[in-house]
Design a protein around this ligand. Sequence first.
Ligand code: C2E
Ligand code: MG
Ligand code: MG
Length: 598
Amino acid sequence: MYVNKLNQLFRPERVLYYREASEEDIALIGGGKKPGSAQACGGCFGAYDQTGIFFLKGYDKPVTGVEYRMDDKRIRYPETEHTVLGAAFFYSIEIDGEIEISREAITKFFTELGRDNEAVRLFTELSVSEESGIIGVFAGGMGRKLRILYEGRVDVDRSEGIIMDDMESLDRSLLYRMAFSDPITGHHNWNHLVPFLEMPMHKGIRDYAFAHFDIKAFRVINEFFGHNVANSVLCRVVKAMEEADFIYTSARCHNDNFAMLIKDMPQEEMLEKLKAFFDGLSRLDEDPDYRIYYRCGLVPMQRSMLLGNRVADAGKFAQAMGTKLGETEITVYTDEIHEDIMWSNYIKAYVDTAIAKDEFTVFLQPKIDAVSGKLVGSEALIRWRYKGEELLPPSRFIPFFEKDNTVGKIDDIVLKKVCEALAEWKKEGRALCPVSVNLSRKQLYDRTLTEDLLRIVDSYGTDHSLIDFELTESAGYEDAEHMIRVLNELRESGFEVSMDDFGTGYSSLSLLTEMPLDTLKIDKSFVDKIGIAGEEENDIIVLKHIITLAKELGIRCLAEGAESREQVDRLVELGCNIIQGYYYSRPIPIAEFEKKYL
Ligand code: C2E
Ligand code: MG
Ligand code: MG
């Protein structure tokens, strides 16, 4: 198999239209310049070295073409086809060895991929396939690189002949401006950057880094200072990008998002330059007291070159990792981030299979009353028997699943397994103790949460009071009212509720008085401070007050993560009797838990 590299295109809602360029087009778009390096590359089939214009040879006659990109709502993205290629949208495939650019060669290529009956067709410039309605153009190859451009399947009634007719009636210069420039700042838009990323060498660029950034709290500028001011901020950013000596080219992508191709230099130096660049843009002329901060993702040179057009995703990903308020953040896209993304994409694609194969399993960790030494409950903690082998802890998958809604499926599995175990214990006449189940933050915003949980629990005939839902406080709830509503709903349905990891969030103490809670789980980080060499009196005072406050509010207190006798004794002294920690037991498989505790 000779596929070396496969670049999948991000999913644009637009089509590339190609038509043969007239002299007028070339004058307008290329400033009278025909694509030079493309024409010069003797052996190659066609090329694309200038935004908006490409050169093709290898069909009946050499063609200089104009490219138009337009939003087109008719584009449909087939989900199931082209599975070998991952999606219908690919555009850069490298092929080893000689390429004979002919229909036969391409057909052979796909045949060897086992997709010979695929609705993949090749067209000459400006063509629409006979049956499938795919619009595309088969552009050319550079050396060993074969480029195939397809950007979408267009759902068209062929009898309308709509595409061709539209093309003829369009105002070309307007179309071109719409396609490649940004109406607000007059600067380039994203489309302008595409050929730079696809074929940097045609632009005389050998090494570059990529940055994608946006303006923090841009909405505030818009709402507080008005659209005109906000637009002038965008224009100032554009001006600075144009003036900076370390930028090859740049674009305003959408809203307050910008992208730039940066000249290669040592990373330290690049970060310094970027920092100075953003500092220079931190003031608002209209209000000298207001500070503008930026959120920037930087993809270093090696990665940028490797990723080609997908570099934008990497840049945006790193950009999104900047979450602090009140400062400019530049996040470098590192190998670890890359690995995480690959892992995350992989496990998301694999998770349904894993569920079908019953790879997820539940461990239980006991909660013990330190005074009586008796079991008072347990917490269900998920483990993943990945591909039937390695046992993965939740930190390897829950954070990735929390980014979309996959985590909901996982939580449902845990709840089902817990109900199953409780039903089994009941049947066997064992003593029943409540089991805690973790709910992810994401689910809190699921409107039908309580309903869905009730459906599962009732399908097993489980007594509601035996289930305790743990919600984590860790990131601070922007929407405390909403959380209180959900907690109330759960309690009204007869479930118990706990606040997990208490003390790690922002809102802690003030919220306590309002939260309808049964149990407060004091985070391990507090427990860690007990009995260590540098133990601080202040930490102990805080802990003591949390315990006292909870008690006075009628909330049960539990301490997580006690590992030593000393910690347990001190917690009891401070008034917290219920302990969950390695001192008593690690999380263990359900069967082992039954044997030891029930
Ligand atoms: P958590 O809910 O705060 O769970 C307690 C974690 O602390 C567990 O880690 C437990 O094994 C660990 N732990 C308990 N005692 C000790 C101790 O004495 N020493 C140390 N070093 N660790 C202790 P685990 O099982 O790795 O779970 C980590 C987190 O993953 C959980 O924190 C919870 O937030 C999440 N998680 C686990 N299972 C689920 C699940 O089914 N659904 C969801 N949404 N999240 C889950
Ligand atoms: Mg928990
Ligand atoms: Mg916890």
